[in-house]
Design a protein around this ligand. Structure first.
Ligand code: SF4
Length: 315
């Protein structure tokens, strides 16, 4: 079938032709609309060249799943690879990713800037000349591994373990590298996390032995957030969408934050604490909950390390 349909005074094509998924499958009920290409079309996704309008010039892409690593949420993205040039042209959300579910914050699509950044380092470089001189020469990975491996081995054999420090920008390989360093007897793991979320993570680790929990926000009845988690905290994209789902299902949201942040503006309760007093407020809340027996004893017994606390004499 082909032809045109009149809708709100405008003519829309109704022809169904293989490949013209976006423009030619128009339906009055909107069922042709989709926020992302369907998986079965990822091998050969066709878009019309906007620059060529009004001519309909097709461009063919292969969509390859990848992740955004501009924060630790690691949202799922699709790299749009131009099948003619083999180059990535853009990134969009991967609707099949279980955490982000196709949604990205502005930093996700901006990953394309990193791909084409003229200062992007594509191969190992070795400094030549004095430190700070800004002169580098290209070396091979084999040379890097041989040089650094030999120096580290020498340091370990000479028991200079403290001279080795491992630094990573954003750790995404938890436990594996930690175990390697422990096996080497090296206490020198450093990352941006040391100045970012280490205090929160330590608390989580001591409490339930997972340093980055993902609570079941969507099914919660009451959600308490400390600071601006919804729009800027860790895992805010996967979490924020589920917090809002929970809220839409009737959950109450409380936010403890000195600022009336965007997160606080979405809350049912805003507790504008004085900076640094949050711990005291939380302890006071815990005392009331315990004194007035407002907690689920069965849950606490099953899911927390209460026995350990009891052994340590914590009432
Ligand atoms: S929340 Fe934004 S920056 Fe973080 S991984 Fe997702 S898209 Fe990237």
């Amino acid at each position: 079938m082909s032809g045109h349909s009149l809708w709100l005074g405008k003519a829309f094509p109704t022809a169904s032709k293989a490949g013209d998924f976006i423009v030619n499958d128009f339906k009055r009920d909107g069922s042709h609309l989709s926020s992302a290409p369907p998986v079965e079309k990822w091998d050969d996704w066709i878009e019309l060249d906007a620059q060529a309008w009004p001519r309909k010039v097709q461009r063919h892409f292969q969509l390859v799943p990848t992740i955004c690593f501009n924060c630790e949420s690691s949202c799922g993205m699709l790299a749009y690879i131009n099948k003619e040039t083999g180059e990535i042209e853009k990134f969009e959300g991967n609707p099949t990713h279980p955490a982000s579910r196709g949604r990205l914050c502005a930093k996700g699509p901006a990953t394309i800037n990193q791909i084409h950044d003229p200062d992007r380092i594509l191969y190992p470089l070795k400094r030549v000349g004095p430190r700070g001189g800004g002169k580098w020469e290209r070396v091979t990975w084999a040379e890097v591994l041989a040089t650094l491996g030999a120096r580290m081995r020498k340091a370990l054999l000479e028991k200079r373990n403290e001279e080795i420090m491992y630094h990573v920008g954003r750790p995404g390989h938890d436990f594996i590298m930690d175990r390697v360093l422990q096996a080497w007897g090296v206490d020198g793991h450093n990352s941006h996390t040391n100045v970012c979320s280490s205090s929160a993570r330590l608390g989580y680790m001591l409490w339930h032995y997972a340093d980055r929990p993902s609570p079941d926000h969507a099914n919660a009845r009451f959600i308490l957030l400390l600071s601006a988690h919804l729009e800027s905290g860790h895992y805010f994209n996967p979490h924020a969408q589920r917090i809002i789902e929970g809220k839409m299902a009737g959950a109450k949201l409380a936010v403890m934050d000195p600022r009336l942040s965007n997160t606080a503006s979405m809350a049912d309760y805003w507790l504008p604490t004085y900076p640094g007093t949050e711990t005291a407020v939380l302890l006071a809340m815990a005392k009331v909950i315990l004194d007035e027996n407002l907690f689920d004893a069965g849950f606490v017994k099953t899911w927390t390390n209460w026995e350990q606390l009891e052994l340590e004499g914590v009432d």
